[in-house]
Design a protein. Structure first.
Ligand SMILES: [Zn+2]
Length: 182
């Protein structure tokens, strides 16, 4: 919702600026209309590209960093796109992985790379991915509350030792998880 308001405000602002700027060129009305629409389309495409950033900003506006670390353990690999889209936290196999807030399970399945993987969608479209689990305890579509046990950690998929691979995604794109962790 907040993201929508931000988007519409920004698009409205750009539309106004484009219209006023083009007005200075004294174009024919239909030229001004077509040029405005073209530029707006460009701006909107750019907005899509920066939407993770936008979402982070609106997220801060909505109360800032919400999440605790998903589990306690040593961070053995940090966020380093395009090589690594999340963080690795070394934990013993069988450590409970719990929902970090209220939300909904949008993926709970096997993946050749992520192994037994769970993705939970929280507020503002923020998604968290928990990978390489031994056992998944939830199903797609399940609602969760903060603290719901969603998996037992493991060493499945492309993994070289027991750990949790943790990602935060916005609209399916991985972002720096530390922007959202206290
Ligand atoms: Zn990883």
């Amino acid at each position: 919702m907040i993201l929508w308001i931000a988007h519409i405000t920004i698009i409205g602002f750009f539309t106004f600026i484009i219209w006023v700027t083009l007005g200075a060129f004294k174009l024919k009305p239909f030229q001004q209309l077509i040029l405005s629409l073209g530029i707006l389309l460009l701006v909107n495409t750019t907005l899509e590209d920066i939407s993770p950033l936008l979402n982070t900003i609106t997220d801060f506006a909505a109360g800032g960093k919400k999440f605790e670390m998903p589990v306690q353990g040593e961070i053995t690999k940090t966020y380093d796109p395009p090589h690594h889209h999340g963080i690795d936290i070394a934990i013993p196999e069988g450590t409970p992985i719990r929902a970090q807030a209220d939300g909904k399970v949008i993926k709970a399945q096997w993946d050749n790379i992520y192994g037994q993987v769970v993705i939970v969608e929280y507020q503002n479209g923020l998604q968290a991915l928990y990978a390489h689990n031994r056992d998944i305890l939830v199903k797609e579509g399940y609602p969760v509350v903060k603290g719901t046990k969603i998996a037992y950690s493991g060493n499945t998929g492309r993994s070289t030792g027991p750990h949790l691979h943790y990602e935060i995604r916005i609209k399916g794109k991985a972002v720096n998880p530390f922007l959202h962790i206290k």
